[in-house]
Design a protein around this ligand. Sequence first.
Ligand code: HEM
Ligand code: FPP
Length: 315
Amino acid sequence: MAEQQVGIVGETPARIEAEAGARVGDFVALLKPRVMSLVVFTGFAGLFVAPGHIHPVIAAVAVLCIAVAAGASGAINMWYDRDIDAVMSRTRNRPIPRGAVTPEQALAFGLVLSAFSVMLMDIAVNTTAAALLAFTIFFYVVVYTIWLKRSTPQNIVIGGASGAFPPMIGWAAVTGDVSLASISLFLIIFMWTPPHFWALSLYKEGDYAKAGVPMMPVVAGQRSTKLQMLVYTLILCPLTLVPVYFGVAGWIYGAASIALNLGFVGHAIRVLRSDDLRNAKRMFGFSLLYLFLHFALLCVDRAPGVMPAILSVLS
Ligand code: HEM
Ligand SMILES: CC(C)=CCC/C(C)=C/CC/C(C)=C/COP(=O)(O)OP(=O)(O)O
């Protein structure tokens, strides 16, 4: 795999600077905290809406494990992608290309945190949640980052599964199993990922072309990417209502979901019909709000049932 990488950087003056001392902030940046905050929130929501009881302290440990694992896999991703990250304007200031952290430090940091999060999940929560967590790290690092990202424009369609597992992990932390209802939460994020990411890659296409990463707009062109975004968005709309069918969500979620879906389809149509890339930027921003609100509203609908149980355990 290493020969696929384009001219490893950060090995000379940058390495000397890195060895002079990485700061805490540089290691925090390796965890991709902004992207991972929403990933962790979806994991929390899966835990919150799952049927059954979990002690609040164990719940907090489970969410911590998801957060540590998500960050750790981000650090390993930055270790592997250090060559292309140095080429793209969006990523060239990351700790490794900037020379603040050596590749070896980033890899060791990611591996140790990954092992820690899986072991803690297994010991403190349960083996199903730990196994799902380990599989998610494997999927993001090996299947997406090392295998698919540089080899096919379908990279994020398949690799996107890694970002869709956290609600299933949160759910399994409570129930100890996988169910159709938790798979319905997985499917929402799975179908959401292509419009989310391709919206960004439409206006960052130059970056990916420069780095030789075969993202959809680079390979298939803007028109085909925009059409595919609309198709995935249309498939996503009915899927967001499946949790209502399973009783995981109620009418507040259902009503808001319909409104959010109308908004998302509107964005996809606007992106398709215009050459103004500001529309793609707006759709990317809306995609974040869309996913956050769906998972926040799942929690709102479940809160009346869950809060008394939490309070009774705490009192
Ligand atoms: C394979 C799937 C995915 C890919 C390839 C992808 C890619 C990206 C990229 C390249 C960015 C820009 C980050 C930056 O500016 O450095 C981004 C932003 C973001 N992504 Fe995704 N993403 C994926 C899945 C997800 C998932 C599953 C979530 C959450 C559940 C998520 C949440 C976010 C958030 C919150 C941001 C904004 C970060 C910021 O404001 O800096 N992404 N995504
Ligand atoms: C619990 C657990 C292990 C969760 C993992 C979460 C996960 C797989 C999130 C995927 C989202 C993500 C950061 C994509 C970035 O793609 P990229 O790496 O191509 O983006 P980049 O170009 O910004 O590096």
